[in-house]
Design a protein around this ligand. Sequence first.
Ligand SMILES: [Zn+2]
Length: 320
Amino acid sequence: MRRAAMLAILGLVLTTCIVASACGEKNANADVAVQFASASPAASASAPAPIKDQTSIPPPQLVLSTLTVPQGGAILVSVVGSVTGGSIGFLGRTYQLAQGAKSMYSFVGVAPEDPVGPAKVAVQFTMTNGTKGTLVDDVTVEKTQWTVDSLEFNGETEQLADPKVLAADQDKLQGIYRRATPKKLWDGPWQMPVDGKITAKFGEQRSVDGGPVSGHHPGSDIGVAVGTDVRAPNSGTVSFTGQLQAYGNVIVIDHGGGLYSTFGHLSEIGVHEGQAVKTGDIIGKSGNTGLSTGPHLHWEMAIDGVLIDATKLVDGTDGV
Ligand SMILES: [Zn+2]
C-alpha cells in the first residue's frame, strides 16, 4: 500500500473532538464562540490513533458547535490543527473550509426542506505536510414546526406577489450567495440589525390571497417604522446594493466563508459595494419598498445558498 493511501485511511480514525467541551477542556483554538455543556459519550472512546507519519505533526481535530440541529439551523464546523484546506460534505452539499482566526471552518446549513434524522458531517482535509484525511461525525437534524400565515395583496403589491417575480429576485441573490470568500470576515457576537418585534418568522409558510399553504419565508421580518437605522449584524464587506422587484431596496453583506446577510424593503441605502463594515455600523434605513404590506425590515441569511434562520445567530447559539 502506498504511504499516502495508508495515511488517508488513518485519517478516518484520527482524533475526533466532537463538541469542544466534550474534550475535557475548552478548545481555545476553535472558531466556536459557544461551548456546550453536554459531553458526548462517543468522545471518550475516540483516543488519538498512533500516527506513523515521520513529520510528527499532530492530527487535526473536528469541533462541531452542536450535535443536534433543527431545520433552518446551522452548525459551525471547525478543523483545528495544521490544515491548509479542505471541504465539508453535509446533507448532499459541499462547503469549502475558510480560513478563520484560529482554525479552518465553515458553517453548514439545514434548509427548511431537508429531511430530519441522522446525518453525517464529513470533512476532507489536507495537512501542511501534504497528508490527506477524513474526519466524520454523526449529527441529528430535528424537525422545526413552521408557523403559517395568510397574506392578502392588492393593487401594486398584487403584481409583485407573482411567484415568478420573487423567483427572479431569489435567482439574483443566489448568484451572490454562492460566491464564497475563502476567509472569515465576521468576528465576535452577532447583533440584531434593528430593535423590533419579529412579525414573520424565518421559514413561515404562507397562503396568499386564500390560496394553498406553500413555500417558506426566506428571512425574518422585524416590524420597525420607515427610516429606522439598520445596523450591520456583524463585520463583512458589502457585496451588493440595489433595487429588486419583490425585495425592494436591498443590501447584501458578505461575512466570508459563504455566509451572507441580506436586508430588504429599505427606504435608504447608506453603503456602497465593496465597502467594509463592522458590527453595529449603520448601513441604511428600513422602509416599505418592494413586496411589503407594511413598514418592516426583512433580514435573511444564507450559507453557500442554504437559507438559515438569522435570529439564531443572535441568541448566542451560533446558528443552532
Ligand atoms: Zn420577509
